[in-house]
Ligand binder design. Structure first.
Ligand code: GLN
Length: 486
């Protein structure tokens, strides 16, 4: 049962095949058997999960059939959860108990989902391998010597290893899609502003977006139905009507036009990944789509522009962690300045400090125009490239990552790590929706395909992903964990 998609779990619950309490207990057992190896969860909420499950069973008995009622899930530890530790993967917040729920969490609670716990992540969502977490790295269920990707590596590993039915993630430059690719699962980043950021610990506010990490595009649609919508508590949340994101899933792909960015099939792409994506594109042709090569001429500037904009915003957002109001505070400060300095030196890890320094530098008086303003101009050019492309095509498809999951400890150079998001970052800079779905295997490791849509074309992206999953079985492949854990 635990291997089922959220949609399948919901129908098993509806048919009375299993209760939410039984299902929740099955996941809790699975977590206790495998979390030691995988390190996917930072916090497990056994008691409250079982209480929520009981409440869901009672609601169902009283005739409530909300789509995700009683389905056990996990939240990335970046979402504030009332009364539950919300660490953001950092020593700075390792003892922080949130006093309120993020809107995303509230929405899932209102939908009757069961929260099993909080998942591991790169510190403050900065990273592509989950190795910057204060709580230690997450291991990839397909190969325990490899990274799960990041920063939502805990959620992705938890889904791949069937430790939960669905999970949330956040994506600032690729943190939902790249771990989804490395773990062989589905990860969807909606358009910027589609999902409220309220109560989601801020990294780079103009780029951060929450989304589903799950087992199918259908699940991503069901989760988007719960997550999406205007939230007056988030001033950047979009005042654009939501849709029923499951409504278009069944639409035929006959006649749709797929753009293939030539920059995403160039140097640096591994042959195994390229072959799988080309095979997947051939599958789309069989489904009635036509392929057209497109040009994203400024794509090569996206990583550089991102690594000015994101650290700049992070340096401002992270200035609030000073030991005064919440989180970590150094021992025995001699005066205020000593407290600020030591709290921040001891509370943040190396990657976070690097970003704060880069960001502060880029925003400083003498360099603002040369770096920050320039990066914002590049951002506009990148968006223009997509606007031009979407005049001719309905979606853009390519690989999510240039390669499959790499070994733990393999990337020590920060710039090599930054290049991980070479295909995903431009989508955040442009604010567009993008999904990664499994599309092949290479040497026993999953390969992710990246499908990008125009502004607020969530339904189209989910439809294109779902039709591929109806025609293929890549999303049903599972890692073998029998040798791992008890
Ligand atoms: N890997 C990118 C970074 O380190 C993106 C992270 C994210 O999307 N949160 O900033």
């Amino acid at each position: 049962m635990i291997e089922k998609t959220a949609a399948e779990l919901a129908s098993a619950l509806n048919n009375g095949e299993i209760s939410s309490v039984e299902l929740t207990q099955a996941y809790l057992d699975r977590i206790s058997a495998h979390n030691e190896q995988l390190n996917a969860f930072i916090t497990v909420c056994e008691e409250s999960a079982l209480n929520q499950a009981k409440a869901a069973d009672e609601k169902r008995a009283n005739g409530d059939s909300t789509p995700l009622l009683g389905v056990p899930m996990a939240h990335k530890d970046i979402f504030c959860t009332e009364g539950v530790t919300t660490s953001c993967g950092s020593r700075m917040l390792h003892n922080f108990i949130a006093p309120y729920n993020a809107t995303v969490v509230e929405n899932f609670n209102a939908a009757g989902a069961v929260m099993l716990g909080k998942t591991n992540m790169d510190e403050f969502a900065m990273g592509s391998s989950n190795e910057t977490s204060f709580f230690g790295p997450v291991r990839n269920p397909w190969d325990l010597e490899r990274v799960p990707g990041g920063s939502s590596g805990g959620s992705a590993a938890a889904i791949a290893a069937d430790l939960c039915g669905m999970a949330t993630g956040t994506d600032t430059g690729g943190s939902i899609r790249q771990p989804a690719a490395f773990c062989g699962i589905t990860g969807f980043k909606p358009s910027y502003g589609r999902v409220s950021r309220w109560g989601m610990i801020a990294f780079a506010s103009s780029l951060d977006q929450a989304g589903p990490i799950c087992k199918s595009a259908e699940d991503a649609a069901l989760m988007t139905n719960v997550m999406a919508g205007l939230d007056i508590k988030d001033s950047t949340s979009a005042d654009i009507a939501t849709e029923d994101y499951t409504a278009q899933l069944g639409q035929s792909l006959e006649g749709i036009k797929i753009g293939i960015p030539k920059q995403h099939f160039a140097e640096g792409l591994s042959t195994g990944v390229e072959q799988s994506i080309r095979d997947a594109l051939a599958e789309y042709e069989k489904l009635g789509a036509t392929l057209k090569e497109i040009d994203l001429p400024n794509n090569h500037l996206s990583v550089s522009a991102y690594y000015v904009v994101a650290p700049a915003e992070a340096s401002a957002n992270l200035s609030r962690y000073d030991g005064v109001r919440y989180g970590y505070r150094c021992e025995n400060p001699v005066d205020l300045e000593d407290m600020y300095k030591r709290t921040r030196s001891e509370g943040f890890g190396d990657e976070v400090k690097r970003r704060i320094m880069v960001g502060t530098y880029a925003l400083s008086a003498g360099f603002y125009d040369a770096y920050y303003r320039k990066a914002q101009k590049i951002r506009r050019l990148i968006k223009n490239d997509f606007d031009a492309a979407f005049k001719d095509v309905d979606v853009v498809i390519g690989p999510t990552s240039p390669h499959t999951a790499f070994k733990l400890g393999a990337k020590t150079d920060p710039v090599a790590m930054y290049l991980e998001d070479i295909y995903t970052i431009a989508v955040n800079l442009a604010g567009l929706p993008g999904i990664s779905i499994p599309a092949g295997m290479s040497d026993g490791l999953p390969i992710g395909m990246h499908i990008v849509g125009n502004d607020f074309a969530e339904s189209r992206v989910l439809n294109v992903a779902h039709q591929f999953q109806l025609a293929t079985d890549w999303h049903k492949q599972k890692p073998d964990l029998s040798g791992a854990g008890s």
